[in-house]
Design a protein around this ligand. Sequence first.
Ligand code: BES
Ligand code: ZN
Ligand code: ZN
Length: 506
Amino acid sequence: MIYWKKNPFPHTGNTLVFFTNENTFKKDLRLQQVDRLVKGRITRKIKEHHFEGKKDESFVVEGGDIYEYVIVYGVGESLRNSIANVNAIARTLKSTSLNLFYSPFMGKDYFELGKQIALGFQLSNYSFDVYRGKEEVKKKHLVKDLYFYSEQDLPKEFGEGVKWGQVLSDGISLTRNMVNEPASHMHPETMVAKAHAIEKASNGTISVQVLNRDECQKLGMGSYLGVAQGSDREPKFIILKYKPVILNLVQDLKKMPKQVRHDKSAKKICLVGKSITFDSGGLSLKPAKSMETMKMDMAGGATVLGIFDILAKTGKVAHEVWGVLPACENMVSGKSLRPGDIVTALNGKTIEVLNTDAEGRLALADAVAYAEKYIKPDYIIDLATLTGACMVALGEDITGIFGNDEVSVKKFIEKAKKEGEEICELPLYKPYLTFLKSDIADIKNIGGTGYGGAISGALFIGEFVKKNKWIHLDIAGPAYNSGAVKGVIGKGGTGWGILTIMSLLT
Ligand code: BES
Ligand code: ZN
Ligand code: ZN
């Protein structure tokens, strides 16, 4: 839990966290006050360690009679990650509570401050323990409470920020859970169940429709169904719609926050998420090592569901938001798509499938074509763990963004930077379309040069978006963390994109 109180100086509590930075720590009267309380241990440590309050520099001292420990921490790039790191330290100390206080360098945007504190604390407490023994889970120590103290009463925006940060964290955790579930437990049917659960909890603002194989066939989605045909699991084409409540009564309107009033500037936005619940590569089989993490190939779809979970709980979004999840498995069997096969997409285009491992673009081709034809949104944003090439280019932290509308791409990047989600624009370089020319069909699904793989993947999807403003996010790297814990990003699914997209929608 997170609590906040007016109290200029916390004289109780388990672990005191003293955030500082290079500019303030030497002249900080409060640090000197804490130092006296802990019998000069802080001054001694500062000298011993040549501590300068640099980013992410920290030390711990015993807290004397008042606290159990004091953690002195130089705030890093973001307060969110600093709180996550402090939480990790406190966990190893077996602390039961973190006690922080407001410092002027935290700024005056109290809503944002509350939000970041909630995100930092809640996301760093996340772990995926579904398949661990109960005893082991019980033994694991978590810091239960965070107290935030301030000299003056905090404005109500702070509390609103904390609440919003908690709603965001819950959505991100839902996405992480789905991504972390193995393909034995997370398949198209399970994604449908999640979508329905979100619908049920939405008080009628979200509705879900699911197309089965036959219905997709009737609409002509041969490209998506081609990917699905090797699997014993049925494909599920999931469509979600969020419509903000339209208020007619004047007195109701007065009660509601400004944002939810349905106004003419409200847009229709369609989020498309790659939802391959397992990517074996198909007959163009992946090597064993590359297959190890391929349960995460539905991260795009899981991210869209995380966003809908948040939409279900908030009245903050005035736009109409749609989600399209072409869910299926890419498997090997006697029914699998063969390299060289030709499939026909919803828009009538024929595709020569030269590599069955480039399946994401096949599923997405029908999904974006469906969105354009039947949903007719103002914007399409697709999220896809699309190419290893994007990871080669940008590494594991950074999403590649492509788009056919400069203004939208710029706006997205701006928001992402503000939210602390790493992103870099890559070009939709038209001349490379020639590499996608097929000898016998309208297009083929790989470039075949071995170069510029993230670009050809994006260009391929772009061939199925003809009218809409469209953004493509290649999240192959940042959707999943197979390395060490980085601030609020633990191992496994990350939920990359939710903060940026929610910030755009609100
Ligand atoms: N799902 C993979 C991309 C991927 C790789 C995501 C690693 C996350 C981590 C995608 O379906 C794929 O296999 N892409 C191929 C495309 C190639 C055959 C043109 C790739 O990147 O190798
Ligand atoms: Zn693949
Ligand atoms: Zn894939």
